[in-house]
Design a protein around this ligand. Structure first.
Ligand SMILES: *Cc1c(COP(=O)(O)O)cnc(C)c1O
Length: 454
C-alpha cells in the first residue's frame, strides 16, 4: 500500500499497554530511598504517588497491562494517531529512504503527553483523590494534565518553570482555560522553592525545581498526589501506545522500519515509540537501530554519567539510576528548544548502557533548520523538541542518499510548535544562538550528584 496517512480504526486502539521491562534480562535499577539507600517500597512511594501508578512503577514482570475502558474511551477523542509517510520530505531530500513519522500532535495540548496524563488522572480519580500536583517545563505536560483533569473531574495544580511562564503565556492560558491552577517556579509558596531562590538568586527555574515544589505540595496537602509527565517507568508504559499503534500500522501497510528515532527529554516519547520494537530485539526476534536525539545544550545521554541521582534540584525525590548531568545542572538561558531535564529514564538509560540504543546531540540552530525543512515539505509546524528527531531522521536519510540504500526510517513527531513561536521568531530573525556547555559546566552539575550506593 502506498498511503500518505495510515489510521487504525477506533476499535484497533490497543487494549493493553506493553511493559518493555518484562522482556529485559537486566532490569533497570530500582529507585532508592536517599535516606536508607534501600529500594523504595510501595508504601513509601504511595505518600507521593497514586496507588495503581506505584504498582505499575515497581512492576518489572507483567508484560501487558490492561488499559481501563474509561481511558480507552477518552483516547478515542484524539487517537489513534496517524502513521504518516513523509513523501514530500523524501522528495525534497532526494533520498531513496522511506521516511515515516508517527504524529502525536493532534490534540489541543499538542503532544504525546496526553497519553500518560489520561491514565494518571484516571487512576487518581479512581482512588478517590481530590486533585493532583505537577510541574511543567514548556507547558505541554501541564496542558495535557489540565485537559485530562477537566475530562475526569479532578483539581489540577501546576508549577510552571518560570522562564516558560514568561515566554509561553499562551500555554499558561490553555491550562487555565481547562481549569488548572498555575504557579511560576521557583515560587515562594513552598519551602523548597524559597530554598532554591536563596541558593540561585534570579534563577528562571528548571524542571528539577518545579518537580521539588509540586512534590512538596502533594506530600503536604490532604487528598492530593503528585504526577510526573516523563522519566518514570509508568510513563513509558502508558506511552507504549504510540509504538503499539505504529507497529500495527506497519503490518497493515506491509512495511517495516530499520531505524527508529525519537527526541529525548526524559525519554517517554522515545521509550513509548520503540517499546514493541525493542521487545522484539530483547526477545531475539529481530534487529532495529534505535536513536535518541537530544540537545547539545542538555546532553544527558551523550555527555552524562550513569549514576544514581536525584530527579529534582531540591533533592527531595527518590534516587534514580540514570544518565544524568547532575541535579544541579541548568541549561544555558539561551536554550529555547525544550528537553531541559538533567536526567534520562532509567529504562532507556539501562538499554543505552547495554548498547541497544544510540544517541546523537544537536545544536538548536541546526534543529530549527531541520524543523523549517520539514514544515515546508510536510505542512506541519513541528515542536522544537520533536525537531531533534526530525534532524536525526534527515541526517539518516541523507546518508541513504549517499550510499543508495533504501532504508526505512521511522521517527516520532511528538508534538506541534504553535506555542513555540518565540523560539521560531529567534530562529527566523537570526538571533538564535548555540551554546554547548563546557566541561566545567558539566563538572559543576555533576558535583550535585550524591554519594553512590556500595
Ligand atoms: C515533553 C516533550 C518531549 C520530551 O519528553 P520525553 O519524555 O522525552 O518524550 C518531547 N516532545 C514534545 C512535543 C514534548 O512535549
Amino acid at each position: 500500500m502506498d498511503n500518505y496517512r495510515t489510521y487504525l480504526s477506533e476499535s484497533e486502539i490497543p487494549t493493553h499497554y506493553y511493559n518493555m521491562r518484562a522482556d529485559m534480562k537486566v532490569k533497570p535499577a530500582p529507585l532508592l530511598n536517599p535516606a536508607t539507600m534501600q529500594p523504595m517500597t510501595a508504601e513509601e512511594l504511595s505518600v507521593v504517588f497514586c496507588e495503581e501508578l506505584v504498582k505499575q512503577e515497581l512492576d518489572d514482570e507483567t508484560k501487558f497491562v490492561e488499559i481501563p475502558e474509561e481511558v480507552r474511551e477518552y483516547y478515542k477523542t484524539f487517537r489513534p494517531s496517524p502513521l504518516v509517510r513523509a513523501k514530500n520530505l523524501e522528495k525534497r531530500l532526494g533520498t531513496p529512504a522511506r521516511i515515516y513519522f508517527k504524529f502525536e500532535g493532534n490534540n489541543t495540548s499538542g503532544s504525546h503527553k496526553l497519553n500518560s496524563a489520561a491514565a494518571q488522572v484516571y487512576y487518581a480519580k479512581k482512588q478517590g483523590l481530590k486533585g493532583i500536583t505537577s510541574e511543567t517545563g514548556a507547558g505541554q505536560w501541564g496542558s495535557a494534565l489540565a485537559m485530562a483533569s477537566a475530562h475526569f473531574g479532578l483539581d489540577c495544580k501546576v508549577y510552571m518553570v518560570s522562564s516558560s511562564y514568561e515566554q509561553k503565556p499562551f500555554r499558561r492560558e490553555v491550562m487555565r482555560t481547562f481549569g488548572a491552577d498555575v504557579t511560576p517556579s521557583p515560587s515562594t509558596t513552598t519551602e523548597v522553592g524559597r530554598k532554591i531562590l536563596r541558593e540561585f538568586p534570579g534563577t528562571r527555574g528548571s524542571l528539577g525545581c518545579a518537580i521539588s515544589e509540586a512534590v512538596e505540595e502533594a506530600a503536604t496537602r490532604e487528598g492530593y498526589r503528585y504526577v510526573l509527565g516523563s522519566v518514570l517507568n509508568q510513563v513509558l508504559l502508558h506511552q507504549s501506545i504510540i509504538g503499539l499503534e505504529a507497529h500495527k500500522a506497519f503490518e497493515i501497510i506491509g512495511d517495516s522500519p530499520d531505524i527508529i528515532i525519537g527526541c529525548t527529554g526524559g525519554g517517554s516519547n522515545l521509550g513509548g515509540l520503540i517499546a514493541p520494537f525493542m521487545g522484539e530485539v530483547l526477545r531475539g526476534e529481530r534487529n532495529y537501530r534505535f536513536i535518541g536525539a537530544e540537545p547539545a545544550s542538555c546532553p544527558s545521554f551523550t555527555r552524562g554519567k550513569y549514576l544514581y541521582d536525584f530527579c529534582d534540584t531540591g533533592q527531595i525525590c527518590p534516587l534514580a539510576k540514570m544518565y544524568t548531568l547532575g541535579n544541579g545542572f541548568m541549561p544555558s538561558p539561551n536554550h529555547a528548544g525544550g528537553l531541559r531535564f538533567h536526567g534520562m529514564s532509567s529504562t532507556l538509560s539501562e538499554l543505552y548502557d547495554q548498547g541497544l540504543i544510540e544517541a546523537v546531540a544537536y545544536e538548536q540552530t541546526e534543529v530549527f533548520e531541520a524543523a523549517e525543512t520539514f514544515a515546508r515539505a510536510e505542512g506541519i509546524l513541528p515542536a522544537p523538541e520533536s525537531s531533534h528527531a526530525i534532524k536525526a531522521a534527515i541526517d539518516e536519510a541523507l546518508k541513504c542518499k549517499e550510499s543508495g540504500e533504501e532504508k526505512v526510517i521511522l521517527f516520532g513527531l511528538s508534538g506541534t510548535g504553535y506555542f513555540d513561536l518565540v523560539a521560531y521568531e529567534q530562529f527566523n530573525s537570526g538571533t538564535m544562538t548555540d551554546y554547548i556547555p563546557g566541561d566545567e559546566d558539566l563538572a559543576k552539575g555533576l558535583s550535585f550528584v550524591p554519594p553512590q550506593p556500595e
